[in-house]
Every structure is written in structure tokens, then in C-alpha cells.
Write a protein that binds this ligand. Sequence first.
Ligand code: HAM
Length: 418
Amino acid sequence: MSSAERYNALKGIQDIYPPEIYIWQEVEKTARDVFSTYGFQELRAPIIEPTDIFVRSIGETTDIVEKEMYTFSDKAGRSITLRPEGTAPLVRCYVQNHLYNLPSPQKFFYSGPMFRYERPQKGRFRQFYQIGVEALGSSDPKLDAEIISMLKLFFERLGLKELNYDVNSIGCEKCRPDYKISLLNFFSDKIDRLCPDCKRRYEYNPLRILDCKVDECITLKAGAPRVIDFLCGGCRAHFDVVLSLLNLLNVPYEINTNMVRGLDYYTRTTFEVTTKQLGAQNAVAAGGRYDRLVEEFGGPPTPAIGFAIGMERVVELLQSSNKQDIPNPKVFIATIGAPAEKESLIIANKLRENGVWVEIGYAGNSLKSQLRKADRLSSDYVLIIGDDEISSGKVKWKHLSDGTQGEIPFSEVYDFLT
Ligand code: HAM
């Protein structure tokens, strides 16, 4: 291993830097703008939590908890986990800080890195970023429809239109037991042919078989009973209203009865936004209701719903749609000679105090190389200052995109450029 390789980032973990970072910033800004019109406020929860927070909420027999968590002992021997998702920490924070005493529903958004020890591939990373929202304190189906339609508005604002909105209802603790029994009956004569993971899922978490991506399991699940046929009266009515409101709000959804999601906390509505442009890792956002989770964490009964957007995947979609606004400096000051270099610092300082992005040449580079740099940076203007300009008290300026140029007294530079 060369010393350069020894200092590489960990596998499945990537750096994000310009110009790609500008797409990230645009996505984050769009999310903030859109979510704030629905009353979502930012909440920042820690990146590390006691391991139990995730085991209790995501579920002991899920892939995330069984195989994917970055868990370690701290110096006092406590089991700590790098958050694999943002819902459990937010609910922990909500309960611990008694946020349920505030008017319901409380609506929050968050963004930041999540960690899952998955097999890295295109669109799947071990450190990845999510922007998520959670609304706690209402079981009203209007909230489900609003949240899904907010997600649609977010994607539309980014100019991403060809997305599929899959929805499902996976019922509640009342309807799920009958459904589980019927699933177990359906798979009972197929157990031998299920993949090793699904054999275990059959014992511990049969709903998860429906989510398996192994070819043989996909074939075997054809004709499996559908959870929506087992919904109790309350869940059925809730789902029907959600669907009718999605129609009202023009969300082009499809019911996907196989979508059971990879986390155990869900109840009733679940949804996923997918694209055909990213290959296997096709989910760009996903979420659902989790009406029992606040209670599981020791809070009062508090129905809730939320989703998380996969930043890397959204950024990749935007990159492939060539939609990239890279900011550029307004002014590049090219100088020849020491007096001009000093003058350039004064001008740059004053312009920057007025909020103008200014670049200057360094290390006595030739005028030609400074102008090349201004061009590469796509600066709007170049100012050229040499000994002649210092003695005449005038600066040469050039507007790079249309080629116009002229001279102005030093004292007028600020008015001219701000
Ligand atoms: P999730 O489906 O596990 O849900 O993740 C949400 C999104 O995060 C996925 O649709 C995907 O875009 C992105 N994602 C997940 N894993 C990776 C990865 N390894 N690499 C890149 N992107 C990834 C949740 O995390 C729930 N907490 C969502 C939620 C919020 N439900 C209710 N509230």
C-alpha cells in the first residue's frame, strides 16, 4: 500500500467538494424553503446515540440492526452507535425534552450524515446524507397527504419530475397479526427455497420477505397475500382518505402492496419515491407513519409521520439532468508590480466589505496567467492595475462575457461594481 493510499477515506465514504457541493447546497436550500412553508422547523439531534435507541425502534431483526450499524464501546464501556437514520434520535429528543407539551402537531426537519455498514455500490454509501422531516402529534390522514405532497413540491422545485410515488398501508398492531399468519401459511411450503436471510425472516419478521431483492425470493413471493386486504376498519378508512386526498392534491401515486419498508417502527401509511434513472438503488426518498414509537420511548400516545430524502441520489439525478449553477466571482483584480498589488488589496477589501466576491492574483504571476485564471473562474469583471494605472489614478476594467472594457478612476470602482 502506498502512503497516498494509506491516507484514503474509508471504503464507501466519500468527500463532497466544489463544484458538486453547490448542488448539495441548492438541494438543502430548496428543502428548507419548501418545508418552512409547511411549518417545519429545524432540529439538530446528535450523530451518536446509545445503541438501544436504534435497536428498540428500528427493530432487532431488521437488516440495519442485525448487520449494518457502526456500534462501538466508549471509554466507559457504553454501547454507542453512529446513527443509521434520523427518526429514532428525533423521537428520543422529542420525548426527553417533553416537546409533546407544545401544540400538536410539532413539525421538524433535520439534515446530516447517517451511517450504515452496507456493501458500497452506486448510490449506496456507508456514510450518506439525509434530509428528513417528522410531524408528531396527529393521526389525521390530511397530514399524510400533505407530507407526501410536500415531497412532490420539493422535487418539482428542483426540476425533478419523472418520479414514482409508491404508497401502501401496513396496518397497525390490530390488523398485522392476522396478516402475519396468512403470510406464514403462504410461505410455509416455500421455506426451503427462500434465501438464508428470508429463512430467518420467516421465523422472526415475515413481512420483510416481501422486501427481499434476491431473484428466487422475488419469484416465490408472487401471489403472496396483500397487507391492504387485511386492514382493520380504522386502518382501511385512514388509507382510503389518504388516497382520496392524494388525488385531490394531484400526487400521481401507485399502490405498491409489496412495499413494507426496512424499519419495524412503521404503522399504516408507508411511501417511497423512486426513479428509473439510478439503477438498483432507486429510492430517492421514503417514509411513513410510526404511531407507536413515541410511546415506545416512554412518551404519551403520539401518532407521527415523516420521511427522509437520500441526498446523494438526489444530487446524482440533478447532475445527470445537467442542472448546475456554479457561483462565480464578480471581480478578479490582476496586477503588475508591487504598488499595484498593494492597491489591489485595498480595493478587494473595500469591495468585500460591500459583499462582493473578489479574487486577486498571487505570487507575482504574469498578467497572462492571471487573466487565464480570471477566465477559468468565470469572473464577471477583471480589473487590471499596473504602474501606469497607479500613476494615472485610473483602473482598466473588462467585462469578460461581452468583452466591453474601459477605464475608471480608482475612487469610482466601488460605485461601478456594487
Ligand atoms: P430509509 O428508507 O432507510 O428510511 O432511508 C431513506 C432514504 O435514505 C432512502 O430512500 C435512500 O434514498 C437513502 N439511503 C438509505 N440508505 C442509504 C445508503 N446506504 N446510501 C445512500 N442513500 C441511502 C429512513 O431512514 C427513515 N428514517 C425515513 C423516515 C423518516 N421514516 C419516517 N420518518
